[in-house]
Design a binder for this molecule. Structure first.
Ligand SMILES: [Zn+2]
Length: 168
């Protein structure tokens, strides 16, 4: 795997899904966040849009954070979920092959595990996906990446938290 110069938070694959330029995605121009607690886990999902410096087309990535702790501290929430600062150390990168299939998702993806005082945060990355909204009718198309992101976030969360419940 090649070294990426981007901050850890955006280290989803930086290659453009439109023109396949390598490491060409710029800093996010727009983002949306969902945050909730379910089945003893705190879940934080981020959708962000980035433009390609080569072809100027837009794409989006989904990052899903899960920590198996329903009562994380304000400090942790602030530092790990709402701040975009890159973090050093105590993070391991691996590839998860969960053994179950969700339609529209790859069979494996990257996971960053960061040790914190409140437990291990798993950060799952999906994308970048091409943002093709301009090809669709403008009326209902503006929500499409959001729908996609929420589908990923909800389904993966459901699977992963179910795994937790079975484990106890
Ligand atoms: Zn491109």
């Amino acid at each position: 795997m090649s070294q990426k110069r981007e901050p850890e938070y955006y280290s989803g694959d930086g290659d453009c899904p439109h023109c396949h330029a390598i490491d060409a995605l710029e800093y996010p121009v727009d983002k949306g966040v969902v945050h909730w607690v379910v089945d003893g886990c705190t879940v934080h999902g981020v959708l962000d849009f980035r433009r390609c410096e080569a072809c100027r087309q837009s794409s989006y990535c989904v990052a899903l954070d899960i920590i198996r702790n329903p009562n994380v501290s304000d400090e942790l929430t602030q530092e790990y979920f709402w701040s975009n600062k890159p973090r050093q150390g105590h993070t391991t990168v691996s590839t998860i092959s969960p053994g179950w299939k969700i339609r529209g998702l790859p069979t494996e993806w990257r996971v960053y595990q960061t040790e914190t005082l409140d437990g291990v945060i798993e950060r799952h990355f999906f994308g970048p996906f091409p943002d093709d909204r301009k090809l669709w009718s403008p009326s209902d198309s503006s929500k499409e990446p959001w729908k996609h992101a929420l589908r990923i976030i909800c389904r993966v969360t459901k699977r992963l938290t179910r795994r937790t419940r079975r484990g106890h």
